[in-house]
Design a protein around this ligand. Structure first.
Ligand SMILES: Cc1cc2nc3c(=O)[nH]c(=O)nc-3n(C[C@H](O)[C@H](O)[C@H](O)COP(=O)(O)OP(=O)(O)OC[C@H]3O[C@@H](n4cnc5c(N)ncnc54)[C@H](O)[C@@H]3O)c2cc1C
Length: 310
């Protein structure tokens, strides 16, 4: 009960413009550095270098929330292009993840599509892959529509699909006809029971069903979770059905599930870490706290540590 309340509160804070603005002004405090690689591209590349040294791949995400104008969308698109150039110039093993709202999806769909085409052309030039994150349900239909348009033009673009949505089984079947490279996740936003399974057990069951279905389709599958039960079930299915190693990878978020990342890397699996960076870190940070309200104690402890130090 308390946990549900706390989760709703944290997800509401994630969407609040004022808390986001304040957080931006006061910098990466409250322990957000555990989940966010820094504010600049340089800091993000250093983090990727360290992950590469540990045998892991990365996907870089420039955090941009509440993009409400064409200028802000152009700024994010520019940062995505710079991130691709920085990955290529530093020769790290990474690709790019992005959110369509940060490229102006809520301003104008055609503008967002144009930015995506620029980004994909630049990625193609460097031989890099780009993944579209999935946001809340109100953006799902448009995100899939844009992805399908882009997938017909470019090979090196993928999308994330959320297991908690009832519609996802149909979406995955449909996307498989395009040979889609999918990142499968449980889903991180607060959605109503009209569109998403309210019970965790149902989400987990559909998650496993989607993983098995997409792995069997011959398309590339990124299993993105820190849940060891799901990882073990996916591994068992992969072994049983002899899915080749170049058809799948595991993905986890920076700062979470490090032991599991290590176990999979040592077992010879491809592990990719999602590395967010940028000044707009607050919404991302709140979604991570909401997934595990115990993390809030980590923030509180951090606050006191800062006060001791001051
Ligand atoms: C690489 C990657 C990309 C993602 N992209 C998207 C996306 O595009 N759209 C979207 O909606 N969601 C995305 N997510 C988030 C996802 O939907 C889940 O909210 C998140 O992964 C938590 O669910 P879980 O699968 O880890 O399972 P859970 O059952 O939530 O957690 C399993 C275990 O993992 C650990 N854990 C999970 N979360 C945390 C945390 N925040 N802090 C500390 N420990 C934790 C705990 O030990 C927990 O018991 C992404 C996740 C990953 C890993």
């Amino acid at each position: 009960m308390l946990e549900t309340f706390m989760r709703s509160m944290l997800l509401a804070l994630a969407r609040g413009k004022l808390p986001n603005r304040l957080a931006k002004r006061y910098g990466l405090r409250l322990g957000a550095g555990r989940f966010v690689a820094g504010v600049t591209i340089r800091e993000a590349i250093e983090t990727v270098r360290e992950l590469n040294r540990q045998g892991k791949l990365a996907t870089l995400d420039y955090l941009g929330e509440f993009v409400g104008s064409a200028e802000e969308a152009a700024h994010t698109a520019g940062m995505c292009l710079s991130t691709l150039s920085a990955i290529a110039a530093s020769d790290v093993r990474a690709n790019l993840s992005l959110k369509l709202t940060s490229l102006g999806l809520d301003v104008e769909e055609a503008l967002c599509l144009a930015h995506m085409r620029d980004i994909l052309r630049e990625a193609e030039r460097h031989g890099l892959f780009v993944r579209i994150d999935m946001e809340d349900f109100s953006h799902c239909e448009r995100t899939i529509r844009i992805y399908k348009t882009l997938r017909r033009e470019f090979a090196h673009v993928g999308i994330a699909i959320q297991a908690y949505l009832y519609r996802s089984l149909e979406d995955v079947r449909d996307l498989e006809t395009l040979g889609a490279n999918l990142r499968l996740v449980k889903g991180a936003y607060k959605e109503s029971a009209e569109v998403a399974f309210p019970r965790k057990a149902d989400v987990d069951a559909q998650f496993l069903e989607l993983i098995r279905m997409h792995l069997s389709s011959g398309c590339y599958t990124a299993v993105a979770t820190h849940d060891p039960r799901i990882v073990d079930a996916a591994m068992a299915f992969i072994a049983e059905t002899s899915i080749p190693g170049d058809r799948y990878e595991f993905q986890m978020l920076f700062g979470i599930g490090e032991e599991l990342q290590q176990r999979l890397t040592e077992a010879g699996c491809k592990v990719r870490v999602y590395v967010p960076f940028g000044a707009d870190w607050f919404g991302y940070f709140m979604r991570r706290l909401a997934e595990r309200p115990a993390n809030v104690w980590f923030v509180v402890k951090n606050l006191f540590r800062r006060r001791d130090a001051a």
